[in-house]
Write a protein that binds this ligand. Structure first.
Ligand SMILES: [Zn+2]
Length: 529
């Protein structure tokens, strides 16, 4: 592959020994020079391809540490309905009705994104709402957070959920208080029972995934830590790789339900190639704050009996943790509530005592509600916090209403405290739980926090690290990517403006002009092509 020189730029390297440069040269996928235009051209040779950046800013390619590309792609490809903008149940019904007209009877209608905080009726859609518009198709529509779903009567029937069905551990089948009939609202593990029945063809998933990958490179992402739930999900990633249609690097975070199969094959974290690797084992431990299902030490506001529901008992969690850890896997455990986080730390502390491993890099996904003791334990155990700054928005009602203002602001999203304690913090979007993957928007939220617990603000330099070098560390790749240095992979993002030079509420106004993976331009905004 011929060398390529990105010159006349403002290169922010994240390499402390050479923080700024004007040009970067890449050859055969690796960075061969970081310096002035003359230096880069001298190393790359006069036949090198040249890209004039016209003063634009270059950063190491962005990474998203927690994303659900397949689910997002299903929305983008319209294989799954997008109801995130719906303002009423009637609006959702119209969307489902239109789809039911196109679909043969019996085939699934799926959708994502209802949000009771914006629905006029102030309640989730139920089975009867959905029956009215799609009586002949099973329907499942998940909420914005992806933890609760509304299904119709046919879907309940297919999942064999009726009046006498008990709620599974870590989940809840909502029932009408008068009749005892399921209302169609399924929470957490109960939702999984329906989820398992929905199928797509490989080709449908490949189309969906390709849509999501296109979006990812538009946002400047050169690497994603992507959650996969089924063998089919892994297969479609592999098929895209073999068709040379994987534009960025993928670190798979595989659901713990597949752990026995991985163990049987002797696989562990790190297997694969620089484009597609087996990453962490993803364990689900609790729900979400807005769904009142995150596991708390103190009850939810207005619900004195509700402490949330852990998906797993302490023993079951430890069983997964110890098997995965002993086989050489990194663990990525979804824990949002303070009680769930205590459970994770108990489990990790125990296994690390039993079988110490220096460089385990186990992670807590979300780590939303942290007391001081948890901060100390995370630091001492060397655990990574994988957070979603993009969740901090001007309206924090989703967190403040269930927890109360004091608890939310004292325990919620404590990035400043974690960084000051020396904890490795890495950032992701959790898209499509949030509507966009934009790292720039995430950085803006981490830096200005929109008035929420302002003392937890971090600097833009720190925020950039959360989306570059820190995710590289979280996937054991800090020696090959995450900063712009000679010898590292040629993964770059070109921005219209310098995030260090714009006002902090304008970071998200910066446009991604070009995304470079392995020295190849995988995305260029039209004006630059
Ligand atoms: Zn997630």
């Amino acid at each position: 592959m011929e060398a390529i020189v990105f010159g006349n730029g403002n290169v922010i390297t994240l390499n402390p020994s050479k923080p700024r440069a004007g040009a970067v040269a890449v050859e055969n996928g690796r960075i061969i020079s970081v310096g002035t235009d003359e230096e880069a051209l001298a190393v790359a040779g006069k036949n090198a391809k040249r890209v004039d950046l016209e003063g634009r800013t270059v950063l190491p390619g962005f990474a998203d540490s927690h994303v659900h590309l397949i689910e997002y792609g299903l929305l983008l490809s319209f294989a799954s309905l997008d109801v995130r903008e719906a303002r009423s149940i009637d609006e959702i019904k119209e969307i489902v009705r239109a789809r039911a007209r196109e679909k043969p009877g019996g085939s699934w209608i799926t959708g994502h994104g209802w949000d009771t905080t914006i629905l006029a009726e102030n309640r989730p859609p139920n089975r009867w709402d959905l029956d009215a518009v799609a009586p002949k198709n099973p329907v499942m529509i998940t909420d914005m957070g992806g933890h609760i779903c509304s299904v119709n009567s046919l879907a309940l029937k297919l999942a064999d959920i009726g009046k006498d069905t008990e709620s599974p551990r870590g989940g809840k089948i909502d029932k009408d208080p008068d009749t005892g009939e399921p209302t169609g609202l399924l929470r957490e593990t109960a939702a999984m029972r329906v989820d398992e029945l929905i199928t797509y063809t490989d080709e449908e998933l490949i189309v969906a995934l390709s849509h999501a990958l296109d979006k990812a490179v538009e946002h400047g992402l050169t690497s994603v830590h992507c959650i996969v739930q089924t063998p089919q999900h892994i297969r479609v990633f592999q098929q895209l790789l073999m068709r040379d249609k994987l534009p960025l690097r993928v670190y798979l975070m595989i659901y713990s339900s597949l752990l026995p199969h991985l163990l049987a094959l002797g696989l562990h974290t790190g297997f694969g190639n620089p484009k597609l690797r087996i990453g962490a084992i993803k364990v689900m431990l609790d729900g979400s704050i807005e769904g009142y299902t995150a596991a708390l030490t103190q009850p939810y506001e207005g619900q004195p009996d509700n402490l949330g529901i852990p998906w797993l008992s302490e023993n079951k969690l430890y069983d997964i943790v110890s098997k995965a850890h002993k086989a050489g896997f990194q663990l990525a455990i979804h824990a949002i509530g303070d009680r769930a986080i205590h459970m994770v730390l108990d489990s990790l502390e125990r296994i690390l005592k039993e079988e110490p491993r220096m460089d385990h890099r186990h992670r807590i996904e979300h780590a939303s509600l942290l007391d001081d003791k948890s901060i100390t334990r995370i630091k001492n155990l060397g655990v990574i916090a994988s957070v979603q700054p993009i969740f901090i928005t001007p309206d924090m009602d989703w967190m403040i209403r269930p927890l109360g203002h004091r608890r939310a602001t004292e325990l919620g999203e404590r990035y400043r405290t974690m960084l000051d304690a020396g904890i490795q913090v890495t950032a992701g979007s959790d898209c499509p739980a949030d509507s966009t993957m934009s790292p720039l928007l995430g950085m803006q939220s981490a830096v200005n926090r929109h008035g929420f617990a302002q003392e937890q603000r971090i600097t833009i330099e720190e925020a950039i690290s959360l989306y570059t070098i820190n995710p590289a560390y979280a996937s054991f790749e800090e020696n090959v990517r995450g900063s712009i240095e000679v010898g590292k992979l040629g993964d770059l993002v070109v921005l219209s403006d310098d995030p260090l030079a714009v006002p902090e509420d304008k970071i998200d106004d910066i446009s991604v002009d070009m995304t470079v993976v392995n020295g190849e331009i995988v995305y260029a905004r039209k004006s630059l092509q």
